[in-house]
Design a protein. Structure first.
Length: 97
């Protein structure tokens, strides 16, 4: 048979559970990131990915202009290298706690 606890013990136990849940909800509210913080984080991720690609394109274009004739060899290589560097940047930022 199920053991019945006195009403006072039940009331104390229920009050303790409610207090714990309220404390957890308050902590979750404090820990929640604001919309501005989330927008800044996403913007930073975008810049970390795009800036190395753009820098690689400019560097590759400059290297191609130094060579005789028309070539895209350095431009494409540096864009690819910039993409790899950008992906590594994003990975390291996301991985950071």
């Amino acid at each position: 048979m199920a053991e019945h606890k006195p009403p006072q013990q039940e009331k104390v136990r229920l009050q303790r559970r409610i207090n714990n849940q309220v404390a957890r909800l308050k902590q979750a509210e404090q820990d929640r990131r604001t919309l501005l913080a989330q927008t800044t984080y996403v913007g930073m991720l975008g810049l970390l990915l795009v800036l190395p690609v753009i820098a690689g394109a400019y560097l590759g274009r400059w290297l191609d202009s130094m060579m005789k004739g028309y070539s895209l060899r350095w431009t494409l290589s540096m864009i690819f290298l910039g993409l790899v560097v950008g992906c590594i940047n994003v990975y390291l930022l996301v991985r950071r706690p």
